[in-house]
Design a protein around this ligand. Sequence first.
Ligand code: SF4
Length: 364
Amino acid sequence: MPTRPRSAPGAARRRTRQVMVGAVPVGGDAPVSVQSMTTTVTSNVDATLQQIAELTAAGCQIVRVAVPSQDDAEALPAIARKSAIPVIADIHFQPKYVLAAIDAGCAAVRVNPGNIKKFDDRVGEIAKAASAAGVPIRIGVNAGSLDPRLLAKYGKATPEALAESALWECSLFEEHGFTDIKISVKHHDPVVMIDAYRRLAERCDYPLHLGVTEAGPPPQGVIKSAVAFGVLLAEGIGDTIRVSLSAPPVEEVKVGIGILESLALRERGLEIVSCPSCGRAQVDVYRLTAQVQAAFDGFPHPIRVAVMGCVVNGPGEAREADIGVSSGNGKGQIFVRGQVVRTVPEDRIAEALIEEAVKMFDGD
Ligand code: SF4
């Protein structure tokens, strides 16, 4: 899918340094990338690779796997080698798993040096190994696991507490000369999250991984993520995104891609411009839209399809789209690049649209 390396309309993209997550650049002038996280037990290599393949097919560009045990750490070489997209190992506390992930060929590691320092201070060793392997580290501050020192100072996970925590975590690596870092500061409340990212964006030039954590099930999680990412990306803030949903991770990827497409940060695949229907509708707009969506699922070219329920706005929208229908009296006038090419009964509209779309690209 083509992508455009620019910010959403309205703001210049924040200037950040760039890190490489495997072959995927994050930050600088790189397009905003979409990532997700597997839900399988990582040590189940086959199941994890199967889910990574599904995510890859859905358009996921970077995948993260949880590494809570030695068995998971031992599975990393096979997963990193066989995954078609870069794999990030997500580790809390154990430095030995971080070093194992770097050795395993993982493209990046998510770990907070504050946790490492507390239990077994091998931050310098990790910085050295990551640096030698060219492996960036994501520092991920979450409201739910904020450092007790900052909780005591701010009383709760305020935007300032999240930003200060992230910058402090960065300083633990910077002391060792390591700056191949990207950062997230996640909160379940989009208002707090937006504020935290804005503060961070003002105070460092590390690339930022956007996320609303524990955003919930769809549609709530979708709405929270779309609103928060939309605000920040429109301000030029954000270099990679992960939508967190209490739903299969492929859904996260679809929503993430949709958010980037809506902000014109990525070229759309299929865009359906359909009316909401009303008392003037002369066909069943909901059924027709579902039929059109199914007919165009997997269509291999970017295309805008208009599905309009009557002649009020129908001809105008249908004419503006690549292909469209303006309905009336149980029939549909089919438009191709602004011209009416035929009129068909309601039950043949979806079929006629896909036929014309195929012809359109065959003739190009
Ligand atoms: Fe109603 Fe016609 Fe507008 Fe659809 S296009 S919402 S049917 S007026």
